[in-house]
Design a protein around this ligand. Sequence first.
Ligand SMILES: NC(=O)c1ccc[n+]([C@@H]2O[C@H](COP(=O)([O-])OP(=O)(O)OC[C@H]3O[C@@H](n4cnc5c(N)ncnc54)[C@H](OP(=O)(O)O)[C@@H]3O)[C@@H](O)[C@H]2O)c1
Length: 295
Amino acid sequence: MFLVTGATGDLGRRLVRLLREREMPVRSFVRLNSRYAELENRGSEIFIGDLRRERDLHKACQGIQSIISAHGSGETSSDDAETLDYQANIDLIDQAKAARVQHFVFISVLGVDRGYEDAPVFKAKREVEKYLQASGLNYTILRPSGFASNLLPLAEQFRKTGAYVLIGDPLSRSSIVSTDDLAHLAIAAVSVEGAHNQTFPVGGPEILKREDIPHIFSLIFNREPFLLNPPLLALDGLRSAIGLFNPKLRSSLGTLRTLLANEFFTTPAETERLESTFNFKLETLETFLRRYLEV
Ligand SMILES: NC(=O)c1ccc[n+]([C@@H]2O[C@H](COP(=O)([O-])OP(=O)(O)OC[C@H]3O[C@@H](n4cnc5c(N)ncnc54)[C@H](OP(=O)(O)O)[C@@H]3O)[C@@H](O)[C@H]2O)c1
């Protein structure tokens, strides 16, 4: 049986959906207050708990063969990167070992190894990667770039107004990954031998400039884009102001700033390694969006 943490998240829902489509047994780790009816309806076992409580992690790991750690504190959440992205994963790895789990898939983040000092989520994930690699567990680490599903609300907004807000440099590059492809790879990592004890950067098949995104929307909706392009300095100003009354949120915004100020793309060689190891063709952003936007 699979255990999926973050099962109600963008990635987690897709993991559970895919596992159930393949009639594979899965236990979804969810909070009582989250929206998990869809997971239950698909036939997932539901485990109610809090990832910050070790006894919940202990119980959730019983009878599990594979874990996919897909939870997170989110880039701007005031929930602590330290408790959720770091400690909950460290405890989960310990409990996985104790329960003799056979494979642990960790969803990290692209660029985690670049030493961004101002990004608590990146620092937490890097430390978890090291802990997992030294744990003796059979593992796969996936380091995804930004998820295509993040763009769905922006696309819906664009459909209505034609407007697109692009913060920072329009020429900055990224290789946005299909969230469905990532779910497929995370599940396949357990059975593909070449993925065992390996770390993979995971991006989409194309390197896009930020300014390409409204143009893709424009193609899909057949509508001229109206671009708003505030400089990154605008976020810095906001961050300083927030810092005066909420230092914790200011620190969380450091991760968002890191994401906006840097480029996150996978090289053609990395994409080739991923596709050949998994014998899988990654889909483009446009293909992903068209499937969800029904155009
Ligand atoms: N989104 C991206 O572009 C991106 C890019 C690179 C890497 N990643 C990584 O990919 C993974 C999945 O990302 P995502 O955007 O789908 O999800 P996410 O926003 O990072 O995580 C949200 C999930 O974690 C759960 N969660 C939060 N606190 C919890 C707690 N105390 N106990 C139990 N569950 C808790 C949430 O449950 P509730 O429903 O109860 O809130 C939700 O299911 C994360 O590790 C993220 O860091 C994301």
